[in-house]
Design a binder for this molecule. Structure first.
Ligand code: KG4
Ligand code: ZN
Length: 344
């Protein structure tokens, strides 16, 4: 089966084609096209929904065409269209949903509605992107989604059954990076820049708070960190490049220690056989390394799966992959965008 995936929930306009078979559901990536309007948002320090959606209207057709360019007869070869229906910005979501609906109608293909958050989890199922030799994901699995909009811990009982365990009560991990970046005059999105700035620093000088690290639930809270950084920046008055590097390092340490601690706690409680990461923040090499080290140091024999970097940040391949495991064929008339969609 060949699936066209479409993703427009935030500022990316993405289309991808994957191939899978009914039996082992191994996923082969045939194309993965991503256009971003990030440079437009860097100037404004964040995404302006109206601007993002207008840009997506222009990009969606060329992006889909590009993703189909290696197929001889796309209309014949594509079996279904997977599209992100939420959560996200309504104007942006509608661009993807209406385009999927139109193609579904013209080509007479079913549409598979996909929850964007599921997409970040199923990025781990795209073959052969697994980082470990041992590439079979065993269940139960614990998945941590860390993106600009979300920080969630979920339990996967099997390939398709997902139970939400906890999430952030305020800012998401990526949002904490982006908002702190603004305090430090870094352009949006600050996450990747903070990662670069922190490189070479080895001492956690500021030791920012680790919010909710010991709480007996699986929730997170990152909005207080921004305030802690703000206080430090005020004390310093005009931070030097070295101050900014040190703050970047300490901020990463604070956020990552909470993420790792809570994920491993969930893994132990639910006897996890695998741990999966997903979302833009999972592209961070320091987080990837620290997660692996911690698992090794604790001698936990739980394999860790992290999608390759380009599949951590928003993309359409993960949306098509999620559709394989949550395959609900829907008529084009019945597809609707739902910006508030979450875990059931
Ligand atoms: O998953 P994603 O592309 O979009 C959402 O669904 O939100 O995640 C974007 C978020 C942004 O907050 C960005 O700052 C963060 O992921 N991010 C990173 C890195 N790359 C992206 N954060 C830390 N380190 C990175 N390397
Ligand atoms: Zn995302």
């Amino acid at each position: 089966m060949t699936i066209l995936g479409i993703e427009t929930s935030c500022d990316e306009t993405a289309a991808a084609v994957i191939k899978t078979n009914k039996n082992d559901k191994k996923i082969e990536l045939l194309s993965n096209v991503i256009a971003t309007s990030l440079s437009l948002h860097a100037k404004t320090g964040g995404i302006i929904p109206e601007i993002a959606a207008r840009e997506q209207v222009k990009l969606i057709i060329p992006v889909i065409k590009e993703s189909l360019k290696d197929l001889k007869n796309p209309q014949k070869e594509i079996d279904a269209i997977a599209v992100t229906v939420g959560p996200g910005l309504i104007g942006s979501l509608l661009v993807g949903v209406e385009t999927a609906r139109t193609i579904g109608f013209i080509w007479n293909k079913p549409i598979i509605p996909v929850n964007h958050l599921f997409g970040h989890i199923y990025a781990n199922f795209i073959h052969p992107n697994l980082e470990l030799e041992e590439n079979e994901i065993l269940f139960p699995a614990i998945a941590l989604i860390v993106s600009g909009g979300h920080t969630d811990l979920v339990l996967m009982k099997n390939q398709s059954e997902i139970k939400w365990l906890g999430g952030t009560r305020d800012d998401a991990a990526g949002e904490a990076f982006d908002k702190t970046g603004r305090l430090l005059n870094l352009p949006y999105p600050a996450g990747p820049l903070i990662e670069q700035l922190a490189k070479g620093v080895t001492k956690d000088i500021y030791h920012f708070p680790r919010p909710m690290i010991g709480s007996d639930d699986f929730d997170f809270s990152f909005s207080g960190l921004k305030a802690a950084v703000f206080r430090e920046v005020q004390k310093i008055k005009s931070p030097t490049p070295d101050d900014i590097k040190n703050i970047s390092f300490s901020l990463q340490e604070a956020i990552f220690s909470v993420l790792i601690k809570k994920t491993l706690k969930a893994a132990k409680k639910y006897n996890a056989k695998s741990i999966l990461l997903g979302g833009g923040v999972a592209a961070n090499q320091t987080l990837r390394r620290e997660f692996k080290l911690k698992i090794e140091n604790l001698e936990l024999k739980i394999p860790l799966f992290i999608p390759e970097k380009r599949l951590c940040t928003d993309n359409a391949a993960m949306i098509a992959a999620a559709a394989v495991f949550n395959y609900v064929e829907t008529d084009w008339r019945e597809i609707n965008a739902n910006p508030e969609l979450y875990f059931a």
